[in-house]
Design a protein around this ligand. Sequence first.
Ligand code: NDP
Length: 244
Amino acid sequence: PHPSFRGRRALVTGAGKGIGRAVAVALSKAGARVTALSRTAADLESLVRECPGIEPLCLDLADWDATEAAVAAAGPFELLVNNAAVAVLQPFLEVTREALQRSLDVNFGAVLHVSQIVARQMIAQGVPGAIVNVSSQASQRALRDHTVYCSTKSALDMLSKVMAMELGPHKIRVNTVNPTVVMTDMGRINWSDPQKSAAMINRIPLGKFAEVDDVVNSILFLLSDKSAMTTGSSLMVDGGFLVS
Ligand code: NDP
C-alpha cells in the first residue's frame, strides 16, 4: 500500500458498484478512512460487510441540495474520487430531455458541486488535497450513440483543468483518468454485443478492454504523493485507443 494513504480521509462517489467500489476497497486496504457515496442502499450495505472500516453515504447526486448537506456533514476529506456517472446511449436524433438532464446533473454538475464542497473544506483546514475525476476515452473521441455521454465527459476534462488552475495555489491537485471500456455493469450493458465490442477492440492497439484494477491503479497513483507534481492532466487507461 501507498504510505501516503495511511489515516487520510477519502470520499469516493459511485462506490456501490464497479470501479468506484474497487477504489473504495483499495483505499481502505491502504489505510485511508473511506466514505463510500452511492445511490442504492443494498450496494453500500454489502460493501460495508466486505470492508467494515468503510463509512457509507447513501445519496442521489442528482439532488443538489441533499448533496450539499450530506457531503459537507461527512467531511472534511483530503482525497476525492468523482467516479459516479450514468451512460444513457441514444442516437443523436433520439436524445431525450430526461437523458440529457440526468447525465448533465450526475456526470458534470455533481462533480463540480461535490468538488466545491470538499475543496472549500480542504482550504479551510489548510491541508493539501488530491482530486481524481473519472472521465473516459469518450471525452476525446466521437462514439456512435454517445452524444450526451461524450459531451459530459469532454466537459469534465475541461472542468478538471480549470479546477487544477484555480485550486493549485491551495495545494489541491486535480487530474482525470480516461479508461477505455471496462466490463462493469455499465460496460456490460453497452458493450455486450460481440460485433460492437469486436469493432472497438480492433481499434485498441493492446487488443483488449481495460480491467477494473487497471483503472484503480491509475486513480491511486494520481491520489498519491507519487504524482505530487502532476495536476491538470488526463491519464489514459485506454490501451492506446486515442493514438490509434
Ligand atoms: P457502474 O454503472 O458499474 O457503477 C456506477 C456507480 O455509480 C454505481 O454504484 C451507481 O449507483 C453510482 N451512481 C450512478 N449515478 C449515481 C447518482 N446519481 N448518485 C449516486 N451514485 C450514483 O459504472 P462503472 O464502474 O463502469 O463506471 C465508473 C466510472 O467510470 C464512470 O464515471 C464511468 O463513466 C467511467 N467509465 C466507465 C467505463 C466502462 O466501460 N465501464 C469506461 C470509461 C469510463 P446505482 O447503480 O445505484 O445507480
